[in-house]
Write a protein that binds this ligand. Structure first.
Ligand SMILES: [Zn+2]
Length: 253
């Protein structure tokens, strides 16, 4: 059994037929999916999907690229969502210095505030980081709260080590199927008991399934590359990463 720990069922084309997407995932052993919000609206939709489908859990949060133009009352809206029994994390939150549409100061401020919200509710964080290693580390160290996962890890093996040392989990997407030396080195730094799998669908389709949109049913392709790079069998990777997801997100499954 697999858990897709990061998927955007709220985004097209997945959003147009979630029931079929879930069925296709189950057919290959991907039995649970964490649907991750990127703003208040998609977070609310993630909750609706979690209510509708037993296999779906929700994470709620505001992505750094969606930081501009959020309503003033966002904190109370988000905090309210966290009381829902199927909301299992705050995410995705973090820093993105690749896209320039949100000023860094705005991102840093929003990230700090969402870390605090996660900490107050004792929920894990799903953290987005693109080209912002230094500031991410500074902000996390400032908070002292390291409960969560660095999703779609794309940094160096050294940064992976530094984050693992603080207690964070690290998760990998279909980008492992592109087999860069840098990603391989990062994967080989992460012990299996701290590693999670995710598709980040509909984005980051594994190379074998291009040009289709990504979906949770493609998760086993990611496990295959991780297994090869860690010299393990796929079943071991499936079992351990599923246990990790259950433990980190306290999934009642
Ligand atoms: Zn995402």
């Amino acid at each position: 059994m697999f858990v897709d720990t990061h998927c955007h069922l709220t985004h097209p084309p997945l959003s147009s037929d979630v029931a079929t997407i879930i069925k296709r995932a189950e057919a290959v052993g991907v039995n649970f999916i964490i649907c991750v919000g990127t703003d208040l609206e998609s977070s609310q939709t993630a909750i609706v999907l979690a209510e509708r489908f037993e296999q779906v859990y929700a994470a709620v949060g505001i992505h750094p690229n969606d930081a501009a133009g959020i309503v003033e009352s966002w904190q109370s809206v988000l905090t309210n969502m966290l009381t829902h029994p199927k909301v299992i994390a705050v995410g995705e939150i973090g820093l993105d210095y690749y896209w320039k549409n949100t000023p860094r100061e705005v991102q840093l401020d929003l990230f700090r505030q969402q870390i605090q919200i996660a900490q107050e509710s004792q929920l894990p964080m799903i953290i987005h980081n693109r080209q912002a290693d230094n500031d991410l580390q500074v902000i996390l160290d400032e908070s002292g709260y390291y409960h969560g996962v660095l999703h779609c890890f794309s940094s160096t093996a050294e940064f992976a080590s530094a984050m693992l040392g603080r207690g964070l989990f690290i998760s990998f997407t279909g980008s492992v199927t592109y087999r860069s030396k840098r990603t391989q080195a990062a994967v080989q730094t992460v012990l299996l008991n701290r590693l999670l799998l995710e598709t980040d669908a509909p984005f980051l389709t594994p190379i074998e399934r291009k040009p289709q949109a990504n979906e949770p049913a493609f998760l086993p392709l990611i496990a295959e590359v991780i297994a090869e790079w860690q010299n393990l069998d796929v079943q071991t990777v499936a079992d351990q990463t599923t246990q990790n997801a259950i433990a980190l997100f306290r999934l009642p499954i």
